[in-house]
Ligand binder design. Structure first.
Ligand code: PMP
Length: 364
C-alpha cells in the first residue's frame, strides 16, 4: 500500500470506515436492564438440561456440520419450507452481513426507511455498499410514495424493511409489504427479529405467492422470543438461490456445534415460547396503559418494546433519572426522526413496575 514503510507503523483503516461510529448500547451496571430487547426470562429449564446432555456427546475435536443440516431441516419443517430455503448464522446480524457481502459492495446500493434498525445501514457501509435512506411517516408507517421514489432513484440491490420496526414497534401490514415487494428491484429483506410478537409475517406473503415473492427474504433471530441472545443464532427463509449466495460468503464452519444444537433443541419448546410471547404482550399492554396516564407521547407496538417521548422533561434527563433509580432504557433521542425518544424493553412484571415507578417520579 502506498505510503507504508516496511516494518514500521500501523496501516490506517479503510478511509470509508473512519466515519462509522460503532454500534453501541450504553451499558450501565443497574438492576433492571430494559435496553436491548432481550427476553426477560431465561430459556426453559428442560431445554437447558437437554442441551447439557447433547453437548456431552459433541465430538469437539471435529469441525461442526458445515451445512447445519439438522438445524436447518428443523427450522424448515417449522415454517413448512424446504431445507434449501433456510440459511443460519451467528445471530441475525451475521445473516444480514452475509446478504450484504453476497449482494452489496462498491457500486451497489441498498434502500431503507428511517427511523429503523441502525445496523442495516451500518453493515451496508462496512461492506462498501451505498445507502439510500427515505423517511417513514410521522406515525412511523411506511410512506409508499416515498418507497416508490427512493427505489426508483436508487435502483437498490437490497431494500430493507424492519417489521415490527425497531425502535418504533409497529409491524407493517401485509398489504403494504406486498406493495413494497411489487415496487422493489432486487431483494426485499424483511427483518422480523420481533416477528413472533406481530399479528402477521412476510413468511405468509412468501407462502401465498411463491412465484411472485421469490425475491422476498425473511430474517429471524433466536435472540428475542427464544430467550437465546447469548447463543447467537439467526436465520433467513428465502429462495434457494439466495441461500446459496449466503453460503458462498459465510466462513467455513462459522456456526459452531453447540449453537446448532441449542437452536434445534429450542424448537422442541415452541409451546413455552408462545406462552412467553403472550405474557410479554400482556405486560406490554400494561405499560402502554400506564403511559396513557403520564405526560408521554407513545406509539402502538407489535414487539417486545415501546417507544415513548417524555413531554415535560428532556429525554436525556429522564434517561439519567431512570438510571439513578436502577433502570436502564435505550436513549434513541439522537437517532434520525426520533428526537426526544426513549425505548423501553418489556421486562418481568416487577421490572416493569420499577420502570413505571421511576418514570412517574421523574416526570412528577
Ligand atoms: N434485527 C433487529 C431489528 C434487531 O433489533 C436485532 C437485535 N437488536 C437484530 C436484528 C440482531 O439480532 P441478533 O444478531 O441477536 O440475532
Amino acid at each position: 500500500m502506498a505510503g507504508l514503510s516496511p516494518g514500521g507503523g500501523l496501516p490506517p483503516v479503510r478511509p470509508d470506515l473512519t466515519e462509522l461510529v460503532g454500534y453501541h448500547s450504553a451499558q450501565v451496571d443497574v438492576d433492571v436492564r430494559l435496553n436491548t430487547n432481550e427476553s426477560p426470562m431465561p430459556p426453559p429449564a428442560a431445554w437447558q438440561r437437554a442441551l447439557v446432555d447433547a453437548v456431552a456427546r459433541v465430538d469437539f475435536h471435529r469441525y461442526p456440520d458445515r451445512t447445519a443440516t439438522d438445524l436447518r431441516r428443523a427450522l424448515a419443517d417449522s415454517h413448512g419450507v424446504g431445507v434449501d430455503q433456510v440459511f443460519c448464522a451467528n445471530g441475525s446480524n451475521e445473516v444480514l452481513q452475509c446478504l450484504l457481502l453476497a449482494y452489496g459492495g462498491p457500486g451497489r446500493r441498498v434502500a431503507l426507511f428511517e427511523p429503523t434498525y441502525t445496523l442495516h445501514g451500518h453493515i451496508a457501509r462496512i461492506t462498501g455498499t451505498e445507502v439510500a435512506a427515505g423517511p417513514r411517516r410521522d406515525d412511523f408507517a411506511l410512506d409508499l410514495d416515498v418507497v416508490a421514489d427512493v427505489v426508483a432513484a436508487a435502483d437498490p440491490v437490497l431494500t430493507f424493511v424492519c417489521s415490527p420496526n425497531n425502535p418504533t414497534g409497529r409491524a407493517d401490514p401485509p398489504d403494504e409489504l406486498a406493495t413494497v415487494a411489487a415496487l422493489v428491484p432486487g431483494l426485499l429483506v424483511v427483518d422480523e427479529a420481533y416477528g413472533q410478537f406481530a399479528p402477521s409475517s412476510a413468511l405468509e406473503l412468501r407462502a401465498a405467492d411463491p412465484g411472485g415473492t421469490r425475491h422476498v427474504v425473511v430474517v429471524r433471530t433466536f435472540s428475542k422470543t427464544w430467550s437465546m441472545a447469548g447463543a447467537r443464532l439467526g436465520y433467513l427463509v428465502a429462495d434457494p438461490e439466495v441461500v446459496a449466495a449466503c453460503e458462498l460468503v459465510a466462513l467455513p464452519y462459522h456456526l459452531d456445534a453447540v449453537t446448532q444444537l441449542a437452536g434445534r433443541l429450542a424448537l422442541d419448546y415452541a409451546d413455552e415460547m408462545n406462552a412467553r410471547v403472550a405474557a410479554i404482550a400482556e405486560e406490554r399492554g400494561r405499560i402502554a396503559a400506564a403511559f396513557a396516564t403520564l405526560p408521554v407521547e407513545t406509539w402502538p407496538s407489535d414487539a417486545n418494546f415501546l417507544l415513548f417521548r417524555p413531554q415535560t422533561k428532556e429525554a436525556g434527563a429522564v434517561w439519567a433519572d431512570l438510571v439513578s433509580a436502577g433502570v436502564l432504557v435505550r436513549d434513541c433521542s439522537t437517532w434520525p426522526g426520533l428526537t426526544g425518544c426513549l425505548r423501553v424493553t418489556v421486562g418481568l412484571p416487577e421490572e416493569n413496575d420499577r420502570f413505571l415507578a421511576a418514570l412517574t417520579e421523574s416526570l412528577r
